[in-house]
Design a protein around this ligand. Structure first.
Ligand code: GLA
Length: 393
């Protein structure tokens, strides 16, 4: 929906009058650097033009009312009991944000909100980060105005609040990548982000003559959260062991490739060793990818993307037959420069760099082969890289 349609729908649901404002934040695609963020490493995500847009109007009481344009749902929550809504199927992300922000001293007042998402739900493109960051920006904007703070909303702070809500309210120990990309994205750029320091550089995503094609497995994700937390603790185990030989390291990003090669065999558990190997080499690949892009060497960037996927399949084991099939079929085509899964894995999406003239063939051939093998069709999006979260005036 565009803004006018969303406004009309909002008035139909919540009545007309008052000032209706609009806040928006995008989903993201990660180009490379997977499962490195919570290890203090580098990531390289970009914000999409797919987004969440909220129509927002203040209320004069303590009730937050929320609905979505694509769901038959109306949630009503009491601001003084925000702890009570953790088990909601829809609305828990938003109320998690309200809870965290209220505890941090932001003004949180009653409001009506209508959400319109163009990022596919559960598709690995961070539809949840989009919802969180858009909600946080809405609340922070109102809070600043009530408190007479005449400064723009600090989007990095909004990313941190959103991650905290995931940890404390939703119970997923995610890294900072998705929320940071949603909050800080810039049109036609990817973000080279150091997840330990949050230092970042915007790098033009120069893929002249090519398109970014996102392919959605359309697999229903289950178990993703528990497996995610399991990978995280395997990495922590590796750090504990390696720190006996490399005193002072606090995360896998502190371990160089050379040091890892020297001490890898001290990690007796083979699974833990493979997890750590993925992370150490993946962080190195991110650095090399940014260098390649800056030198206009898309071919090498594509090779690094391929290597990233293979490592996520063989060492980190977060792909599965759906993602692997999409990637294998993509790589059969000469017009594919590189192809890999993006996001947490276990379903979700792949991202491929495909030559302009080969995009139609890509959709057709990859789509047909996937459907034949998996039994249902994937979806394709030709993605545009957009801006991060903001109020839409
Ligand atoms: C999910 C998490 C991110 C990141 C990726 C894997 O998207 O939310 O923090 O860990 O998985 O790279």
């Amino acid at each position: 929906m565009d803004k006018a349609q969303l406004k009309a729908k909002f008035e139909e649901m919540f009545g007309s009058g008052g000032t209706i404002r609009f806040f928006s934040s995008p989903g993201r695609v990660n180009m490379i650097g997977e499962h490195t963020d919570y290890n203090g490493g580098y990531v390289f995500p970009a914000a999409l033009s797919m987004r969440t847009m909220i129509a927002f109007r203040e209320r004069q009481d303590n009730i937050i009312r929320m609905a979505a344009t694509d769901l038959d749902v109306l949630v009503e929550a009491d601001i003084n009991n925000l702890d009570n809504y953790k088990d909601l199927k829809w609305g828990n992300y938003q109320l998690g944000i309200a809870d965290v922000m209220k505890k941090q001293g932001y003004y949180i007042g009653g409001c009506d909100m209508l959400f319109d998402d163009t990022t596919p739900h559960g598709g690995g493109l961070s539809s949840s980060a989009a919802i969180e960051v858009a909600t946080a920006i809405a609340f922070a904007t109102i809070s600043n105005e009530k408190k007479g703070i005449d400064a723009p909303v600090d989007n990095i702070e909004m990313a941190k609040i959103s991650q905290k809500a995931e940890h404390e309210y939703i119970g997923v120990k995610c890294g900072i990548m998705d929320q940071f990309a949603s909050a800080m994205g810039k049109k036609d750029h990817a973000i080279f982000l150091n997840c330990a320091t949050l230092d970042y550089k915007l790098v033009p995503l120069n893929i002249k003559g090519c398109k970014l094609v996102i392919a959605n497995t359309n697999k229903k994700r289950s178990l993703a959260d528990s497996k995610y937390n399991e990978r995280r603790s395997e990495c922590e185990t590796a750090v504990e062991i390696l720190s006996q030989y490399l005193p002072g390291i606090t995360c896998l990003a502190d371990v160089s490739v050379a040091d890892f090669e020297k001490y890898a065999d001290k990690i007796e558990n083979e699974t833990v060793r493979r997890r750590a190997a993925h992370v150490v080499y993946e962080i190195d690949r991110v650095v090399k990818s940014v260098e390649a892009l800056e030198k206009d060497d898309i071919a090498y960037f594509g090779k690094l993307m391929n290597a990233s996927h293979d490592s996520l399949r063989d060492l980190y084991e977060v792909t599965g037959i759906e993602l692997d099939t999409l990637v294998e079929e993509a790589r059969r085509l000469p017009g594919t420069i590189g192809s890999r899964m993006t996001g947490a894995g276990f379903g979700g999406c792949t991202v491929s760099i495909v030559k302009d003239e080969a995009v139609d063939e890509f959709k057709e051939k990859v789509g047909a082969a996937y459907t034949a093998k998996i039994g249902y069709a994937p979806s394709f999006y030709i993605s545009e890289i957009g801006d991060g979260g903001r109020e839409i005036k």
